[in-house]
Design a protein around this ligand. Structure first.
Ligand SMILES: N[C@@H](CCC(=O)N[C@@H](CS)C(=O)NCC(=O)O)C(=O)O
Length: 122
């Protein structure tokens, strides 16, 4: 418990902390802005695998970027920023046409309701 508190404090007082948070914010916003489909994922996550498979097979022609947060040094800053932006901490965290969609359940639900293509082609 004490070591956890110390670690949190050490991160907050670190001179690189504000820079890392800003870099994560810019990266997330640029990824969303420059792609039709942006998927913030973790490589081992089954929900992510399902959502990635669905979106890449349904829309292979669309610009899609997938960031695997567990394979990056800045993954936790990205996840923190996504929580701040969307209220969602879990992955996958998906954006289509710059609109926040949610996770795997949301994408599968939209597909089942026949609403996914409309969102992507908007
Ligand atoms: N209902 C969610 C489930 C997503 C979920 O539980 N993802 C796990 C990874 S498999 C997660 O984000 N856990 C917290 C974390 O990795 O920080 C969805 O459909 O996307």
């Amino acid at each position: 418990m004490l070591s956890h508190l110390y670690r949190s404090f050490a991160i907050w007082v670190s001179p690189t902390f504000p820079r890392k948070v800003m870099a994560a914010k810019d990266l997330v916003e640029n990824t969303i802005a420059s792609n039709k489909i942006a998927i913030f994922s973790k490589s081992y996550c089954p929900y992510c695998k399902r959502a990635k498979a669905l979106l890449t097979s349904e829309f292979p022609e669309e610009t899609t970027e997938i960031l695997e947060l567990d394979e990056r040094g800045d993954g936790s800053e990205i996840q923190d920023y996504l929580l701040q932006k969307t209220g969602q901490r879990t992955v996958p965290n998906i954006f289509i046409n710059q609109k926040h969609i949610g996770g795997c359940d949301s994408v599968v639900g939209l597909k089942e309701q026949g609403k996914l293509t409309v969102l992507v082609k908007a």
